[in-house]
Design a protein around this ligand. Structure first.
Ligand code: ADP
Ligand code: ZN
Length: 626
């Protein structure tokens, strides 16, 4: 054990983990990271959501404060969550505070005074605050007195334009290194791709920092990507069948769609709330608080929602529209199942998604080089969506990790039939070519498919397209099949959609190879609902009210329910989410043990000394009723 400072508080990381957080041991690379930072080293931590990043800077902050080094400044973009983050530390008995625009002048001054006295262990601040002359001069003063212990830069990918949450203010954080050389820095992110990682190192001048890279696998998340038909109905069925009463997030692309889908879900009796940047800040905060504090809320949101949301029991994340790239998909789906229990990542994907995403890139004002990178990233996501082999292998492969078939994705569970769409692809492309030749203009997907399938529509008659040699030669293909082929052709760049001209289909340089038969087009057979039978079989296990409590006997269940009611009460009084008081897993462990004395509570994961003092007697009282 290391030397104890005057107050005889433990500075050894393992003891802090035990005493403050009530956890028996470090998880994965936490120990190595904490040791490195406590000793004054710089670190870049790449760990998936739910991996346990917070402890990687919180424990060094506590250890360094106790050793007399003073305040740790945590830079975080998540103003709307700082109250809860700091509240969670208070619950654990750690002196923490935040400085942001939600405080009034007096509150701000009070926090600043305490900070300047070096009393605060963790001070959370938004990056724009860090760059103000006022704050910098306060840091100078701390530094001069040796009371600036550590900088923690959370959500570090915000510094990179390749990340999915670029914040220009993060760029100015180089000041921390330049002005306070010698004060250790730890940067943390759940973004894994190499481009973003390199950008973080360069932008934050972390060349000397040790990198800690975890596996990005989230084994408890089941990935499913279905073909989009009636997206909202499909979503509704998915929720009703597999996630009744569960908390979840549904991502949509536009504000309007968010509103519509939230309404549809509410009409169907689901407890859904909308969240997007067009809503009043107060409404957004209210909805976020309800999502965090109430049980079983489905948040229908744009990507404006989610970063830093640490609700552990989100049981599903659904995408009704395709994200921009795999990084976004991985981040958003990663918000499911932080507690380690089974969770779903479900996406409905269709031709329109491909068209929309391509158009957004084409129409963006960015430079051509940037667009090229964005197209490459979109292509990678499209091939994930079109894949007929293991989704997880592809996902992890994208982040440079090797793995083998996972057994917990749609393709592993129900291997899709694959069919050779090469012939259909050639027929489609040659129809597009002939129509263009004959009429001198281009047409959209619906009309091209009508010609190929030999349908005499009004438009076909009007333009005389029944006379084309390809008219009716694709009558054997279903519309769903042809749509699949079109989607794949667009995905591989063998066909383009002209957004400026009514989404008409255009041949590309890549079309020729397919027309000549040099490229094989393999497709997933579109099946109506492959997951139907499977999910019903699993419903009993998954539909349990809380995965943590599933193994309890009747008395245990009763204790668990009573403990949850008590916890809800405390959470309301403290204006914090329930899981900040105790996790479900902790309540389940208490319920299983049926404690009669405070000693009986020792060693239960999640009960640190402060919580034992504050809540031990209450917990015993609740349990004594059974
Ligand atoms: P991240 O920030 O990486 O997404 P968190 O820091 O929020 O993840 O941690 C995820 C969850 O895991 C939290 O509920 C946290 O309390 C828990 N956790 C972290 N480290 C440990 C540990 N060593 N033992 C037990 N639980 C842990
Ligand atoms: Zn798999």
């Amino acid at each position: 054990m290391s030397a104890q400072p005057s107050e005889s508080l433990a500075t050894a990381p393992a003891q802090i983990l035990h005493e403050i957080f009530g956890y028996p041991q470090f998880r994965g690379p936490q120990q190595a990271i904490v040791d490195h930072v406590v000793a004054g080293g710089d670190a870049l931590v790449l760990m998936p959501t739910g991996g346990g990043k917070s402890l990687c800077y919180q424990i060094p902050a506590i250890a360094r404060q106790r050793a007399g080094h003073g305040v740790t400044v945590v830079v975080s973009p998540l103003i709307a969550l700082m109250h809860d983050q700091v509240g969670a530390l208070h619950e654990a008995g750690v002196d923490a505070a935040f400085l942001n625009s939600t405080l009034d002048w007096e509150q701000t001054q009070e926090v600043e005074r305490r900070m300047l006295r070096g009393e605060i262990t963790l001070l959370y601040a938004a990056p724009e605050r860090v760059n103000t002359p006022r704050f910098l001069s306060q840091l100078d003063s701390l530094r001069e007195r040796g009371k600036l212990a550590l900088f923690a830069i959370d959500e570090a990918h915000c510094v990179s334009q390749w990340g999915h949450d670029f914040r220009p203010e993060y760029r100015a954080l180089t000041v921390l290194h330049e002005r306070y050389a010698g004060v250790p820095r730890i940067a943390l992110t759940a973004t894994a791709d190499a481009l973003t990682r390199a950008d973080i190192v360069e932008r934050l001048q972390l060349e000397e920092a040790r990198q800690f890279v975890s596996s990005f696998d989230r084994p408890n998340i089941r990935y499913t990507i279905v073909e989009k038909k009636e997206a909202t109905t499909q979503l509704l069925r998915f929720i009703e069948r597999e996630h009744e009463g569960d908390a979840g997030v549904v991502y949509c692309q536009s504000r309007k769609r968010v509103e519509d889908v939230a309404q549809t879900l509410r009409d169907a009796g689901i407890n859904a709330l909308p969240y997007h940047a067009g809503l009043d800040a107060a409404v957004r905060q209210k909805h976020q608080d309800r999502f965090l504090r109430d049980e079983g809320i489905v948040m229908v949101a744009t990507i404006a929602f989610g970063m830093g949301i640490d609700k552990p029991d989100v049981r599903f994340v659904a995408h009704l529209d395709m994200p921009k790239n795999i990084e976004g998909y991985y981040q958003e789906t990663g918000r499911a199942g932080r507690d380690g229990a089974a969770a779903d990542a479900w996406m409905a994907y269709g031709l329109q998604d491909v068209v929309n995403q391509r158009r957004m890139i084409d129409e963006s004002p960015a430079g051509e080089e940037f667009k090229q990178v964005m197209r490459g990233k979109l292509d990678a996501l499209l091939s994930l969506a079109e894949a007929s082999d293991c989704r997880r292998v592809r996902l992890l492969g994208y982040f440079g990790e090797q793995s083998s078939a996972c057994g917990n994705c749609d393709n592993c569970i129900t291997p899709p039939q694959v069919w050779d769409g090469t012939d259909a692809a050639r027929k489609l492309l040659s129809t597009i070519y002939r129509v263009q030749q004959l009429s001198g203009i281009s047409f959209g997907a619906g009309h091209i498919m009508d010609i190929l399938r030999g349908k005499t529509t009004e438009k076909v008659t009007q333009f005389g397209h029944a006379s084309l040699s390809t008219f009716g030669i694709g009558a054997d293909f279903s519309e769903a099949q042809l749509r699949g082929v079109l989607r794949q052709l667009i995905a591989i760049g063998a066909l383009a959609v002209d957004a400026q001209a009514y989404n008409t289909l255009q041949l590309t340089d890549g079309s020729r190879a397919v027309l000549k038969g040099e490229v094989q087009v393999m497709l997933r057979e579109s099946v109506s609902s492959p997951a139907d039978r499977k999910s019903r079989r699993e419903k009993t296990a998954r539909g349990a009210p809380s995965p943590a409590a599933a193994a309890l006997d009747a008395v245990g269940q009763a204790r668990f329910t009573a403990l949850k009611a008590w916890r809800a009460e405390v959470a309301r009084e403290h204006n914090l989410p329930a899981y900040v008081i105790f996790h479900d897993a902790t309540l389940a462990a208490i319920a299983e043990r049926g404690p009669a004395t405070l000693e009986d509570l020792q060693g239960i994961s999640g009960i640190g000394s402060k919580k034992l003092d504050a809540y031990g007697d209450d917990v015993l009282r609740v349990c004594s009723a059974f």
